[in-house]
Design a protein around this ligand. Sequence first.
Ligand SMILES: O=C(CO)COP(=O)(O)O
Length: 143
Amino acid sequence: MKTIALVAHDGKKQALLNWVGQHKAFFINKNLVATGTTGKMVAEVLQQEVVCLASGPLGGDQQIGAMIAEQKIDWLVFFWDPLSSQPHDPDVKALIRLAVVWNIPVACNQATADFIVHSNLYQQNYQREVPDFSVYQNRLEQK
Ligand SMILES: O=C(CO)COP(=O)(O)O
């Protein structure tokens, strides 16, 4: 079963909740994990279980990043707010970075999230290519 991580900054929470509410049927049979406040709100909208980690500023982004590195997340929906500063900006950057490192689909706005929900690739149970990190491993071993 696919696991989707959902995260939204305060200025983007309503946008995420609206989007999630528009796609209720899509989320049935999906494992959902989220940062603390986002998760509680999403669970209310969907009336579905959401694994709620710590709130973002308290380490929730880092927890999701760790799950990505452990290959436990298939898709990250992260509605980050480009118009306000965040005390935990390094964590935000690190989360997005890990999504790119591990080549998981990441939607940072509604348009991209819509594209993924409606993608034939997604419907066909798309399996992303896991990057080959052996070159880094070799470098570490040479040190
Ligand atoms: O800050 C966040 C993501 O960087 C989100 O955290 P909350 O879901 O706890 O508001």
